[in-house]
Design a protein around this ligand. Structure first.
Ligand code: BES
Ligand code: ZN
Ligand code: ZN
Length: 489
């Protein structure tokens, strides 16, 4: 874990000094930098561009911040992540990057983004490598005024980023290793450490609770399922604006079941618990952020396998709210476990629900690999989430839930089937989920099939699990306003 400190002077032990540089003709060109070398290397101070050149007492890292008038916390986060990557063999680094940041960016936001970016950029997953070479950064000395507000902002950024890294670890752990049982144990450890309430349902308790979707998906597996419910209560002395339920898809591996995927199709399917992991990630940093709301996370956990008694296409399941579903494609399993989780979440009558799920390949076809589809039944709540995403540099795009598409889910033997027609699969999946949200409860759905996992390293994201959702959800909770019922409820 990186130690962030503040101080006015560069400590003698610092191995490199990082300075921020803006691009554009009017931008200042700090004269302690060797511009001959920088120009020669094509350094244009683009956001995230970093070059290390020799300097007087120690090497200097020139950190590109792009044009000053376009600077945001997101740019600082990205540049800080590149800096952490470029300085990966150094242990101690002095940073004056924020000196070049204009006053239009709030100072606390800038400090949070710096700590977040550096922590995220330093991440790599090495649990299964016999020789893992992790980033060596130990000590970041932020040059400038100190004080409580500064320390708090740095600490908060770091806590949030560490929660994101925890989610990445969960997603990157292979499906044969991170079983539902192990996921639930990790959730219990986390709850204990953070002082959160937790209940874990085992197979018997899941049967007792009649979670037919979770049991149906689990039927082909040797691994028992789990259902995690974990909650946070704000300090009783502090403000409380209501309650929010977070629901996350927790398929620890998705083979497709009897409607089996192709070999290539299942190569990354250890990522299918990314929604559940993000819910846990939020809970890991929630005490540090201390939002003015009660928050309960619901995570249904199982893998989707094809054992001898696996659910067969054509089988009918009865979900926790009593509705019946004809399973025509066992690979559309996420919506089955989410149906139960949403039903349970509604019983507590929260002021708002948001679910996160690597739900459909169709959402990736629509929006590509970097943004999540955002749907729901309440404009005000959807807007709060979209604003939070914007502020935290996570990308979401609004998709519709057209009422007349619901007929695609009509079944001749049950209340509905689990697949729609060949087109618009992200929307029919969202419409399916809407059947399990009680009327009048504001609900939003994030299809994170694209952004949860990546094959390419890019600024603050590393290969594999990205930890998508944690930052925007923590921000949304911190700024939560109970949404009013909207016209389309
Ligand atoms: N877990 C997959 C969706 C997915 C695909 C996530 C690619 C991440 C990357 C989900 O369970 C699934 O298989 N969905 C099917 C639904 C279809 C059968 C209606 C899909 O998208 O093909
Ligand atoms: Zn599937
Ligand atoms: Zn899945």
């Amino acid at each position: 874990m990186i130690a962030f400190r503040t101080g006015r002077k560069i400590p003698a032990s610092a191995e490199v000094h990082a300075v921020g540089v803006c691009s554009g003709s009017g931008a200042e060109r700090p004269d302690d930098l060797d511009w001959g070398v920088l120009d020669g290397r094509g350094f244009e101070a683009k956001a995230g561009q970093v070059e290390i050149v020799s300097g007087g007492d120690r090497p200097i890292a020139a950190v590109g911040l792009g044009p000053a008038d376009k600077m945001t916390a997101a740019v600082i986060r990205k540049a800080s992540a590149s800096l952490a990557r470029s300085a990966k063999r150094m242990r101690r680094i002095a940073v004056s990057v924020l000196d070049a940041v204009p006053d239009s960016v709030d100072r606390a936001d800038a400090l949070r983004a710096l700590a977040e970016g550096m922590t995220l950029g330093a991440y790599s997953y090495g649990d299964f490598k016999s020789e893992h070479k992790p980033n060596k950064l130990e000590n970041v000395h932020v040059i400038g005024p100190g004080g409580r507000a500064v320390t708090e902002a740095l600490e908060q950024g770091q806590r949030v980023a560490e929660a994101v890294c925890f989610v990445r670890d969960l997603v990157n752990e292979p499906g044969g290793s991170l079983t539902p049982t192990r996921f639930a144990e990790l959730a219990e450890e986390l709850a204990e450490r953070e002082g959160l309430e937790i209940t874990v349902l085992d197979l018997d308790a899941i049967r007792e609770a009649e979670l037919g979707g979770l049991l149906g998906v689990n039927r082909g597996s040797e691994q028992p399922p789990r259902f995690v419910e974990v909650s946070y209560e704000p300090d009783p002395e502090a403000e409380c604006r209501g309650s929010v339920a977070l629901v996350g898809k927790g398929i620890t591996f998705d083979s497709g079941g009897l409607s089996i995927k192709t070999g290539t199709g299942m190569m990354t399917m250890k990522c299918d618990m990314s929604g559940g992991a993000a819910v846990l990630g939020v809970m890991a940093a929630i005490a540090a952020v201390a939002p003015p709301v009660k928050v309960t996370g619901y995570v249904p956990l199982t893998d989707n396998m094809l054992g001898g008694d696996a659910t067969r296409p054509g089988d009918v399941l009865t979900m926790a709210n009593g509705k019946t579903v004809e399973v025509l494609n066992t690979d559309a399993e996420g919506r089955l476990v989410l149906a139960d989780a949403l039903s349970l979440a509604c019983r507590a009558e929260p002021d708002a629900i948001v679910d996160l799920a690597t739900l459909t390949g169709a959402c990736m076809v629509a929006l590509g690999p970097k943004m999540a589809g955002l749907m729901g039944n309440n404009e005000a709540w959807i807007n709060q989430l979209a604003d939070a995403a914007e502020r935290t540099g996570e990308r979401v795009w609004r998709l519709p839930l057209p009422d007349d598409y619901k007929a695609q889910l009509d079944s001749s033997v049950a209340d509905m089937k689990n697949i729609g027609g060949p087109h618009g699969g992200a929307l029919t999946a969202g419409l399916f989920l809407s059947n399990f949200v009680d009327e009048g409860i504001p609900w939003a759905h994030l299809d994170i099939a694209g952004p949860a996992f990546t094959e390419a390293e890019d600024a603050e994201t590393s290969k594999g699990g990205t930890g998508f959702g944690v930052r925007m959800l923590l921000d949304a909770l911190a700024n939560f306003e109970p949404p009013m019922a909207s016209e389309d409820d």
